[in-house]
Design a protein. Structure first.
Length: 754
């Protein structure tokens, strides 16, 4: 038997014997299937639900001797109508769904009938083959179809109208199907989920079982999505002791990674020892030994960054980024400008005439410091004139023939920057020219950006790693201006870059704090500033006319959900003439809950786009015209985490979607749909850097864990024309009064100040 990586191990119904030298042998006669489990054999007729990651499935199976279809639930390997399956498990009585067969083990057999073969070929297991092509194949070969696929796949070209691409897809799917069938028996016997088992086989190929048996903790290091907890569960099943050195090393990396996921760049060393030992339930001495091994292997760095920071432990990439950022920013501030000197007062007078405005004192100060310094931070809330001062500085630098570049962390932020300035602005990733082929940025210290002025908007969204790559590509003579609102949520990734740069004193800082008269007419702007001060926003609607800020009292989550759906689909479009799909965005504090992003997406899709062609990917159903969000960076197709688009076309035969992101159409293959989520509602964190004509924000006491001032402030400042809060006044008050943000562990400020 062979698969895409060459020969694969073949196992019957028992585990393989292992070398006597293996420190964690599997008992030689260990049965893979407990004999007391009942066995069913039949053909899948309908798949009601399946989760591709976990393999959890609800299906209907036609079993010989039974008139009614049998409802089965449990983990299955890529279930599809027409498949023949051998199931072992127990009967259970579900209070809602009735009698079901709960699967403990599932073995996929080859289709036994012509109809089963036809259904298999047109299933989503075989990409690029639809019902018509499958029908022609079966008509051509009949019951010999499986033998043709097995021994003479080149004969598929005898089928009328079949393409080379379809033949290749069929052969690849058939080989994959054969290759994993028997290996799955071993992996599932050790409670490795179907989805993870398939990824293990794909990544390691013929070495899959060798890796799992000798060091299952490698799975957590090598495979995205298979974390330490899964690897640890597998290891314990295989007999690895709790105090294994391999477990301690993998556990230490796991704890550091978990901390990075919460925004920390480093871990204070003594705290880390106690936390890691506690989570792994081992002695701190074992963790110390594990850290020494990881340091020697170059995976982590242990140091005291400065006298103001305690001894710390870093994952290597974060240490490189933090130390490198500090060194590069210091070099930049100490290097001379490449542009000729600017007489600030004359420049201010000139630009006021050009723009026909009167600059505020703090805006004039920003121009003076931009003229005199290499690195400048401009910060301020909504309505304080950040965009105006960006445009003024650009005009002044353009007047002396200096080349300027504009960038922002997200596509939406870059687009907004371009619209406000009338100049090209791009994402930082595009500015640095990420190359999938090279596995990094084309723009770096050896190939710096060609500009005299670089302005980065929404700088609070930059994490430590992205900041490092940006600074690496900035030439020494460039003037760098970081613009952002330091009171918004910090970056999703580790670090608190904008705040650290400000606190360090390593760069000049101008805070814009005057709310301009025009902005004072906006209840959104005034409410945002009230929230930032720790005051409740004004919640009463105007006596006459329309406001741009509303609070809809609703304490019950179910009723709040109904109110939000009504607001989005009916009331806002009717009163404000805004499109419910393109102009209105729901922002949720959390993913889960009645008014969490997951359930809101389900209800809003049902209300706004209930019918039409669709593709199913696990539990997600993507329908034509759906609003979707990219949730992982796809550098090859230049779409990034947080980009929102619309499904404008889908191909059920090739299982592809075409999504329009801003002004680009992007074709996404079936495997890439894991990176896509419905976006009728998104979390507030995901909305950073974006701005929408209207936002609707649920704020309930059930969101208690997330109710913080900067979260609410960020949500309110996402709305350009309209903000509607729906929820409880108590929850609103909790958020406004809670300014105790989690302090992120970072030493960038200390390194810059040293």
């Amino acid at each position: 038997m062979s698969g895409p990586h060459g020969p694969l191990y073949v196992f019957a119904s028992r585990a393989p014997s292992m070398s006597t030298n293996d420190p964690h042998p599997i008992p030689l006669d260990q049965d893979l299937v407990a004999p007391e489990l009942e066995e069913l054999r039949g053909e899948i007729v309908r798949v009601t639900f399946t989760n591709r990651d976990s393999g959890w499935t609800v299906a209907r199976v036609k079993v010989k001797g039974k008139k009614e279809l049998v409802a089965v639930v449990g983990c299955m390997h890529d279930p599809a109508p027409g498949q023949t399956v051998k199931l072992r498990g127990d009967w259970v009585e579900d209070p809602k769904w009735g009698r079901q067969f709960k699967i403990e083990f599932c073995e996929t057999a080859l289709p036994e009938t012509v109809e089963g073969i036809r259904v298999f070929l047109q299933s989503e297991l075989v990409k690029g083959v639809g019902a018509a092509t499958a029908g022609r194949i079966v008509k051509e070969f009949g019951e010999e179809t499986l033998e043709v696929l097995d021994k003479e796949p080149e004969r598929l070209f005898e089928v009328k109208k079949i393409t080379k691409k379809q033949v290749e897809a069929i052969i690849r799917a058939w080989e994959d199907h054969k290759a994993v069938r028997d290996v799955m028996l071993f992996l599932q016997a050790h409670e490795i989920s179907t989805g993870f088992a398939l990824r293990i086989i794909e990544f390691y190929g013929p070495r899959a079982l060798e890796v799992v048996q000798s060091n299952p903790y490698r799975l957590a290091m090598d495979l995205h999505g298979i974390g330490f907890l899964t690897a640890d569960r597998i290891a314990r099943k295989l007999g690895f002791p709790k105090d294994s050195e391999l477990r301690a090393e993998a556990g230490a990396v796991y704890v550091l990674t978990e901390m990075a996921g919460k925004g920390h760049v480093l871990a204070p060393y003594e705290d880390f020892l106690q936390q890691c030992a506690g989570e792994l339930e081992v002695e701190p001495a074992l963790i110390e030994e594990a850290v020494r091994s990881l340091v020697m292997a170059g995976l982590v760095v242990r140091e005291q960054p400065s006298p103001d920071c305690p001894e710390a432990l870093y994952l290597k990439r974060f240490h490189v980024a933090e130390k490198g950022s500090a060194d590069l920013l210091k070099q930049l501030t100490g290097s001379p400008k490449t542009v000729r000197p600017i007489e600030a007062e004359k420049a201010i007078e000139w630009v006021e005439k050009q723009q026909k405005i009167q600059l505020a004192d703090r805006q004039k100060e920003a121009i003076r410091r931009a003229a005199a310094n290499k690195v400048l931070v401009i910060t301020g809330g909504p309505g304080t004139g950040k965009t105006t001062i960006i445009e003024a500085i650009l005009r002044i630098f353009s007047a002396i023939k200096a080349k300027s570049l504009l960038a922002a962390p997200t596509g939406r932020a870059a687009k907004r920057m371009a619209e406000a300035t009338g100049r090209e602005a791009v994402t930082i990733h595009r500015l640095l020219e990420y190359s999938p082929q090279q596995g990094g940025f084309v723009r770096n210290k050896d190939n710096t950006l060609n500009c005299s002025l670089l302005i980065v908007d929404e700088a609070s969204m930059m994490d430590t790693v992205l900041f490092y790559h940006l600074l690496s590509a900035v030439s020494p003579g460039t003037t760098l201006i970081l613009v952002g609102d330091v009171n918004q949520l910090p970056s999703v990734g580790p670090g608190n870059v904008l705040n650290d740069v400000i606190q360090s004193g390593a760069a000049e800082v101008v805070e814009l704090n005057e709310i301009f008269r025009q902005a004072q007419q906006s209840s959104i702007v005034m409410s945002a500033h009230a929230i930032n001060r720790g005051d409740m926003p004004f919640l009463e609607p105007p006596q006459e006319g329309l406001s741009d800020f509303y609070f809809m009292q609703q304490d019950d989550p179910e009723q709040a959900l109904a109110k939000i759906v009504e607001m989005v689909t009916e009331r806002i479009p009717a009163r404000f003439h805004l499109d419910p799909m393109d102009d209105v965005q729901v922002l949720a504090p959390m993913h889960k809950g009645v008014v969490g992003a997951i359930n809101l997406n389900k209800e809003l899709q049902r209300a706004l786009n209930p019918e039409g062609p669709h593709l199913q990917k696990g539990h997600k159903r993507f329908r034509l015209n759906d609003k979707v969000m990219q949730v992982r960076n796809n550098y090859e197709k230049e779409i990034f985490n947080g980009d929102i688009g619309r499904v404008i076309d889908l191909d059920k035969e090739d299982k592809e979607l075409v999504v329009r992101f801003d002004d680009r159409n992007v074709a996404l293959e079936y495997a890439e749909l894991d990176e896509l989520e419905p976006a009728y509602a998104v979390t507030i964190h995901k909305s950073q850097g974006s701005e929408y004509p209207a936002v609707v924000v649920p704020i309930m006491t059930q969101h208690y864990i997330m109710l913080q001032r900067n979260l609410l402030y960020t949500a309110v400042t996402r709305g350009r024309k309209l903000v509607v809060l729906v929820g409880a006044k108590k929850a609103l008050a909790i958020a406004v009064n809670n300014n105790t943000m989690l302090r992120r562990h970072t030493c960038l400020a200390a390194r810059l100040g040293a």
